[in-house]
Design a protein. Structure first.
Length: 324
C-alpha cells in the first residue's frame, strides 16, 4: 500500500500549496509505514518535477497529454483515481485549493473512500481508524472526524502545514492515463490570469482594507504597503460592491477565504461575514479609528488610530528596516 499526493501546478510551476501537500504526505507516510508517491498532471518540465525530491518524496508520476494541458475537473479526478488504483494507494492527499475542492469528493467517490476536507492536522492512526481535525462553519470551529474506510482522501487546508525540506533523489515515471471522451465533455479553452499579482489563496501575507479608506483614490498606500511586504491585496465586500476594488480581491464569507500567516486589516470594522473568511489567519493585525470595532476582539495586535497617519509611517519603517 502507498500514499499518493497530487501536486497542483500553475502554467508548469508547482504552487506553494503543492509543497505543503508533499510535506504533509511525507509525514503521513511515515506515520502509516507506507511509501509516498507524488502525481503531477499537465505540462511540467523535468527540472520542476525534480523539486519534489526536496521534500522527501523519491518518486513522482508524470501524466502529460495534450488533452490535460488545462485543468478539467472530471478528467483529472479520473486520472488521480486510476493512478491510485495502479499504485495500490489507500490514501490520496491533495491541497484544498479551488481545484482541490472539486477534485477531492470526486476522487473519493471513484475510490469508494472516506473523505476529510480542509484538514488542519496530521492523522492519529489506530488500526484502520484515522482521526483527523478539520475546519468547519467557515473556519469558526474545528471538527474531529474518524475515517474508518479502507481508503481515504484528505484535502489539506492551505497554510495549515509547514513546508519541510528533506532532500532525496527523484525517480520520474511517465504514466499513460486512460482519459475517456465523457471526462472531456467540458474543457477549458483559455485562462487569463492577473500575472502581476500574488494569488490571494496562496499568499502568506495579505494587506486588506475597507470603507475606512474613504475612496479608491487612497488605495495607493495599501498597494505600496503590500509591495514592501511582498503581500497580496484584498478588500471588504462593501468596497468591492462600490466598485473601488475588483471583486477578485473581496475576502469574506461570500468572497475568497484566506488563511495567511499574516492578515493586516485596515479600516475594516470586522463584520461576522468578513471574519468568517479570514479567521483562520495565523496572525491578525487591525488598524482602525474605532476602538469598539468588532475586529479588535479577534485581533492578535491592534492599533487604534488614523490609517492615513499610521500606514505611511509603517511603510517608512519597513523600508528602513529592509534597507538596513
Amino acid at each position: 500500500m502507498s500514499v499518493l499526493v497530487y501536486i497542483e501546478n500553475s502554467e508548469g510551476t508547482f504552487k506553494k500549496s503543492a509543497f505543503e501537500a508533499l510535506s504533509y504526505a511525507k509525514e503521513v507516510s511515515s506515520l502509516s509505514n507506507q511509501d509516498v508517491i507524488a502525481l503531477s498532471i499537465g505540462k511540467v518540465d523535468a527540472a520542476e518535477l525534480e523539486k519534489v525530491g526536496q521534500y522527501g518524496v523519491a518518486q513522482v508520476i508524470n501524466v502529460d497529454t495534450d488533452q490535460l494541458g488545462q485543468f478539467v475537473n472530471q478528467a483529472y479526478a479520473s486520472v488521480i483515481a486510476e493512478v491510485a488504483t495502479s499504485k495500490s494507494a489507500n490514501t490520496v492527499i491533495l491541497a484544498n485549493t479551488f481545484s482541490g475542492k472539486g477534485l477531492a469528493p470526486r476522487v473519493a467517490a471513484k475510490l469508494d473512500a472516506a473523505l476529510a476536507v480542509a484538514a488542519t492536522s496530521l492523522p492519529t492512526i489506530s488500526g484502520d481508524t484515522w482521526t483527523i481535525k478539520r475546519t468547519v462553519f467557515s473556519s469558526k470551529a474545528i471538527a474531529t472526524e474518524e475515517l474508518t474506510a479502507a481508503k481515504r482522501v484528505i484535502s489539506l487546508s492551505p497554510n495549515a502545514f509547514e513546508v519541510k525540506e528533506n532532500p532525496v533523489s527523484v525517480n520520474i515515471e511517465a504514466f499513460q492515463a486512460n482519459v475517456s471522451s465523457g471526462d472531456l465533455s467540458t474543457v477549458i479553452k483559455e485562462i487569463v490570469r492577473a500575472t502581476d499579482k500574488i494569488s490571494l489563496p496562496e499568499a502568506e501575507i495579505v494587506v486588506s482594507a475597507g470603507r475606512g479608506l474613504k475612496g479608491p483614490e487612497n488605495w495607493g498606500m495599501i498597494e505600496e504597503l503590500a509591495d514592501v511586504l511582498g503581500a497580496a491585496t484584498a478588500c471588504s465586500k462593501p468596497v468591492s460592491d462600490a466598485g473601488w476594488r475588483p471583486h477578485s480581491e473581496h475576502v469574506g464569507q461570500t468572497g475568497i477565504a484566506v488563511s495567511p500567516n499574516l492578515y493586516i486589516a485596515i479600516g475594516i470594522s470586522g463584520a461576522i461575514q468578513h471574519l468568517a473568511g479570514v479567521s483562520s489567519s495565523k496572525t491578525i493585525v487591525v488598524i482602525n479609528t474605532d476602538a469598539e470595532a468588532p475586529f479588535f476582539k479577534v485581533a492578535d495586535y491592534g492599533i487604534v488610530g488614523d490609517a492615513f497617519e499610521i500606514v505611511p509611517k509603517l511603510i517608512e519603517a519597513l523600508k528602513t528596516y529592509k534597507n538596513s
